[in-house]
Design a protein around this ligand. Structure first.
Ligand SMILES: C[S@@+](CC[C@H](N)C(=O)[O-])C[C@H]1O[C@@H](n2cnc3c(N)ncnc32)[C@H](O)[C@@H]1O
Length: 173
């Protein structure tokens, strides 16, 4: 949207997930935006891209999700690529604002610990149980943060990034 509104500006999007980058490229192609470029790459490797210096750097919904090394990579990127009078927008999920996410996150993590496999497989197995409990529609479940509606909304929101959201601990697979 910013690229469409500011045709004289140059916009770059970076994320290591190819699916996210493919989606962004499709949107930019459909909207005929030659001024938006996307890279599927780890923040730790962006130095190889030879990007310009930026007036604005937006780090949205990333800093809370990643480990100390990736946070350091992001800060290095900002040090290298922000113009001296540039601005950074960095969002961070803090309590109590995100407290409603915690019951589901803890439930999925606890259930997932009992399965083998990588984080994607464990989250998928745990969500299967959560959904089957949701489908039982206990009366009590309507009054707690893990209500069917809440689970539906939060799992839809978290599906593309769920392993990161549920297993954000250093060293997790
Ligand atoms: C919660 S999502 C947010 C996505 C997007 N920024 C948004 O606001 O919708 C976190 C994103 O961080 C990306 N990410 C995590 N670690 C990364 C890394 N080391 N290098 C590049 N991207 C990373 C993930 O692929 C994921 O898409």
């Amino acid at each position: 949207m910013l690229a469409a509104m500011h045709p004289a500006g140059e916009f770059y999007g970076i994320d290591m997930m190819p699916a996210h980058i493919d989606h962004a490229r499709c949107l930019a192609t459909e909207a005929k935006l030659p001024n938006a470029t996307f890279h599927a790459i780890d923040f730790g490797a962006v130095a190889d891209l030879k990007l310009p210096r930026f007036d604005y750097i937006v780090v949205r919904r990333v800093y809370t999700w990643v480990n100390a090394q990736v946070r350091a990579d992001l800060r290095s990127f900002i040090d290298l690529h922000l113009k001296p009078d540039g601005l950074v927008y960095l969002s961070y999920n803090a309590l109590p604002g995100r407290a409603a996410d915690l019951p589901l996150q803890r439930l999925v993590r606890a259930l997932g610990e009992s399965f083998d496999g990588n984080s994607i497989e464990r989250v998928a197995a745990a969500l299967k149980i959560v959904h089957s409990v949701r489908d039982l529609r206990f009366r009590h479940s309507r009054r707690v943060p893990c209500s069917p509606a809440s689970i539906r909304q939060r799992t839809i929101m978290l599906r593309p990034i769920s392993p990161m959201s549920f297993w954000r601990r250093t060293g997790s697979r």
